[in-house]
Design a protein around this ligand. Structure first.
Ligand SMILES: [Zn+2]
Length: 141
């Protein structure tokens, strides 16, 4: 145990996902039977139950679906990170994922203030903090 609640504990199936994330790639799963992508990764397609599901590198582009500013979370390291923005984003490939919206600068810190500037549908891009995918505002243009 790391004493932290924000880092993954990969198993035999999810190790591929976390290894890619550590290299800066976001993986999704796509079904060869119905063609739909899903996230989080499952061994069966959640849409049609086919086992013909393979890994695919996502574009890393997403739009903001919904979010909430978290002011209190006593679990480490969230306690020191609050306030932060917990969100659901919709990946360009279709699936929605739970994540955190971070500030645009480096290092990838919490988005300051009350989620300032966020709006539904905002264009986002994936970034990786300690091998965990988070999202930030996509550069304009
Ligand atoms: Zn399917």
């Amino acid at each position: 145990m790391t004493g932290r609640f924000d880092l993954p504990e990969p198993d035999a199936f999810t190790r591929t996902y976390w290894d890619a994330a550590a290299e800066g790639r976001l993986l999704i799963r796509r079904c060869g039977a119905c063609g739909r992508a899903h996230h989080y990764p499952r061994e069966f397609c959640p849409h049609c139950w086919s086992e013909d599901v393979t890994w695919e590198t996502a574009s890393g582009r997403a739009t903001l679906y919904t979010w909430s500013v978290v002011h209190r979370n006593d679990l480490p390291p969230f306690k020191d990170r609050a306030p932060y923005v917990a969100a659901v984003v919709e990946l360009a490939e279709g699936p929605r994922m739970m994540t955190e919206i971070v500030g645009a600068g480096e290092p990838l810190g919490p988005l300051a203030g009350e989620g300032a500037g966020l709006s539904a549908g905002a264009e986002l891009e994936v970034a990786f903090r300690e091998g965990v995918p988070v999202f930030r505002a996509a550069p304009r243009g």
